[in-house]
Design a protein around this ligand. Structure first.
Ligand code: FAD
Length: 482
């Protein structure tokens, strides 16, 4: 199989707000930039580009801003590789060597060699197991949003029956807004946090510029016609071959679901559920960069220098939500910082001299303050939101149940990696992306603190890849090195 080899100064993985800003900053500084993204179009999660011009999303600010950023990158000669998945990466082993990115695209292998690398791999949903979570029709809230945004003029979920949107966090409101813009109804909206309007109003008053957005989101939720259940959770999804019924229970003063007051909703076609996001750290852990833990930032995230976005690994920069959750604005600013510094490294310059980096870093801090307020209003559950009996499947790829994971923990597997070795949970196709939060919750329930539990350092391959592509890529790489 022929392998394409591309060489650049700065490679950027991820074409979301962070990756686009990094690419533009590095290209504008005069370096050759390649920006890689697995999605068919650049834009990432926030600037997700619709695949049909006649959807109601084509004219939204998020899409239009993204389009402008993509065009600016193209005008600055950034080379985009979209529909291209990085399945492995190697750091330089000496100062004369480059980063090697191993990529699969359209059934072919591509190797990108880069002097510096910006990891802008973003965040992903944080799936939390609960009884019935593997039934067809139970999907991530983010997946529901993506389906609506990319389903063209139809703008509907492919499920018949009632729609329930549940979980916790401001993102649920963003998803409700997507339903409203798509002209779709939501039957029930279930938020774990109590309504607490005064607490929320007081917190939002500290960020007056964001108030109009908050009001618009609440108005959109009303437009969906959803019946609201605040301070409540989904305790069960019930069905035979697919979801049919959900059980919603209010949370009592002790935080546990009060099953005596639970209600059953029948005729459900889709349960869209989200318990927040987690940074996508597979690339940065595989490269061996340092990571830190902060639940308010989504848990484990890549550690960076506030001013330069440099990681602990020389010539590797990280930007956006891989460095901690914060939203599109901090992602964009950190992307710009990372791009400037990556380019400056290639050119042997110091970008801090003109003060741009300091100004960007100061703005970044202000945006992060808003993200911190949201994290306080909607704390992510570290443990399972409801007590589980043990027969729930946590790792769907390797069919590992909670009971098996608990046995391993009781036998001494007190680290994420040990649980993986003991049970195979996290060793399958998704490489722990879907079960990582569940395993972490099981360790937390056994009172093992998250720092001790650690994170799953990724191993080859980061993403499923055919042996053919991987063999061809590695053979080509060895030849080039020889
Ligand atoms: C599912 C989801 C939905 C969201 N919806 C909203 C919303 O409606 N409103 C809102 O304000 N915020 C939303 N957010 C948050 C918002 O998207 C982020 O704040 C912002 O996009 C972060 O920008 P980023 O550049 O760091 O990451 P992203 O925008 O997530 O971009 C990261 C990119 O990296 C790519 N990538 C990762 N790994 C690889 C790899 N190995 N190979 C190739 N490509 C790779 C991904 O394809 C992705 O496009 C959402 C987040 C998620 C996860």
């Amino acid at each position: 199989m022929p392998v394409e080899r591309l060489i650049c100064d700065v490679a950027v993985v991820g074409a979301g707000p962070a990756g686009l800003a990094a690419s533009l900053a590095a290209a504008a500084a005069g370096t050759e930039v390649i920006c890689v993204d697995q999605f068919p179009r650049a834009g990432g999660q926030y600037h997700m580009q619709p695949n049909a011009p006649d959807t109601p999303f084509a004219k939204t600010e998020q899409v239009q801003q993204g389009l402008q950023a993509i065009r600016a990158c193209e005008a600055a000669d950034v080379r985009f590789l979209t529909g291209a998945e990085v399945f492995w990466a190697e750091p330089p082993k000496s100062s004369g060597e480059h980063f090697n990115l191993y990529i699969q695209r359209d059934g072919r292998a591509i190797i990108v060699e880069a002097k510096t690398l910006v990891a802008a791999s973003g965040a992903m949903e944080r799936p939390m197991p609960f009884p019935g979570w593997t039934l067809p029709g139970v999907i991530g809230a983010g997946a529901a949003q993506r389906l609506l945004k990319t389903s063209g003029a139809a703008c509907a979920l492919p499920f018949k029956g009632k729609t329930v949107l549940a979980g916790t966090g401001p993102f649920l409101l963003a998803v409700a807004s997507t339903f409203a813009k798509a002209g779709q109804k939501i039957d029930h909206f279930v938020e774990m946090q109590p309504a607490a309007p005064l607490k929320k109003a007081r917190a939002m008053l500290r960020h007056p510029l964001r108030l109009p957005d908050a009001v618009a989101l609440l108005r959109d939720l009303s437009r969906t016609g959803a019946q609201r259940h605040m301070g409540a959770i989904i305790t069960r999804a019930i069905g035979t071959s697919k979801i049919e019924t959900v059980e919603i229970a209010p949370l009592g003063p002790d935080g546990a679901p009060d099953l005596r007051r639970a209600v059953l909703v029948e005729g459900v076609g889709a349960l869209c559920i989200g318990y927040g996001f987690q940074p996508v750290i597979d690339l940065t852990t595989a490269l061996g960069a340092s990571h830190s833990y902060d639940l308010a930032l989504g848990g484990w995230h890549c550690t960076t220098d506030a001013l330069s976005c440099a990681t602990s690994l020389p010539r590797l920069y990280a930007a956006g939500e891989v460095t901690g959750l914060g939203g599109a604005n901090p992602a964009r600013l950190s992307g710009q910082l990372a791009g400037l510094h990556a380019a400056a490294f290639c050119q042997g310059k110091n970008p801090e001299r003109n003060g741009t980096a300091t100004q960007l870093a100061t703005k970044l801090l202000a945006f992060r303050a808003f993200a911190a307020t949201l994290a306080q209003l909607y704390p992510m559950p570290e443990r399972f939101p409801l007590p589980l009996v043990g027969d729930e499947v946590v790792c769907r790829c390797e069919d590992v149940t909670l009971a098996e994971i608990k046995t391993a923990i009781a036998d001494g597997a007190h680290e994420n990696f040990a649980v993986k070795m003991w049970t195979r949970a996290g060793m399958g196709l998704c490489q722990g992306r879907n079960c990582g939060a569940g395993i972490a919750a099981a360790l937390a329930e056994s009172d093992i603190d998250p720092i001790t539990a650690g994170y799953n350092r990724s191993h080859f391959p980061l993403r499923p890849v055919s042996t053919c592509i991987a063999t061809a890529a590695f053979a080509s790489s060895s030849e080039a090195k020889a």
